[in-house]
Structures are given as structure tokens and as C-alpha cells.
Design a binder for this molecule. Structure first.
Ligand code: AMP
Ligand code: ZN
Length: 116
């Protein structure tokens, strides 16, 4: 169910444009507007839920689907073998700024750990 005033629900609905790289019944994937790596894609569920903190048993399949989609995109874009990073920022101290759950897929450069 679309949430009013949610930026990513508006992207799912097509009311705000995005550079889409993939979509299916469960999710859409599009380029991050402020990329932090040569490839920076957001994979988001069509269904609105705020964060991993709000994920429940009923979201299990969706969450698995988001991760498998990120992995498949990394393979199809050719950087899976070299390596990549998948991130789910959660709530304020986790660095979350858009409260519609999303998976960051970052690739194309060396990452360090821990991130800042
Ligand atoms: P987070 O900080 O984990 O909540 O990530 C939100 C991400 O959404 C940031 O990396 C932003 O650059 C990105 N973002 C914000 N607005 C847009 C937009 N209109 N299109 C694509 N990415 C966006
Ligand atoms: Zn939303």
C-alpha cells in the first residue's frame, strides 16, 4: 500500500522519475541520485515498509528477493566476482534518511570496513 509523502513510493508509482535498471512484481531497482561508488543502485520493495526494524515475518520472502536481486544485478553488470557491498541503513544512527526500506548495491571500487 502506497504511503503518502514517501519518496520511494512515489518512485514506485512513477510519480517521481528514476533511472530504473530492473523491475519485477516485487521490487524495482534504480540508480542512486548521489552515487557513492561507480555503481550505486537502490533495490526497493514495491510494498512500503519503513525499515529493517519494521520488517516482520510476512516480509521474509520480499527481503530474500531484494538480496537475490542485488546479487543478480551485480553478476549481470559484471562486478560480482571482483566484489561489491550491500547495505541496509536502519533508523537514524544507522544513517537511514529515506524511510522506505531499501538495499544499497555498491560496486566498482574497493571498500573498507568498518564503514564510517
Ligand atoms: P539511506 O540514507 O540509506 O536512507 O539512503 C537513501 C538514498 O536515497 C541515498 O543514497 C540518496 O542519495 C538516495 N536518494 C534520495 N532521493 C533519491 C531520488 N530521487 N532518486 C534516487 N535516489 C535517491
Ligand atoms: Zn514508501
Amino acid at each position: 500500500m502506497e504511503q503518502q509523502d514517501c519518496l520511494f513510493c512515489k518512485i514506485v508509482a512513477g510519480d517521481i522519475p528514476s533511472a530504473k535498471v530492473y523491475e519485477d512484481d516485487v521490487c524495482i531497482a534504480f540508480n542512486d541520485i548521489a552515487p557513492q561508488a561507480p555503481t550505486h543502485i537502490l533495490v526497493i520493495p514495491r510494498e512500503h515498509f519503513r525499515s529493517l526494524d519494521e520488517a516482520a515475518e510476512k516480509h521474509k520472502e520480499t527481503l530474500g528477493h531484494l538480496l537475490l536481486t542485488a546479487a543478480e544485478l551485480a553478476r549481470s553488470m559484471g562486478f560480482a566476482e571482483k566484489g561489491y557491498r550491500v547495505v541496509i541503513n536502519t533508523n537514524d544512527e544507522g544513517g537511514q534518511t529515506v524511510f522506505h526500506l531499501h538495499v544499497h548495491l555498491l560496486g566498482g571500487r574497493q571498500f573498507i570496513f568498518p564503514p564510517g
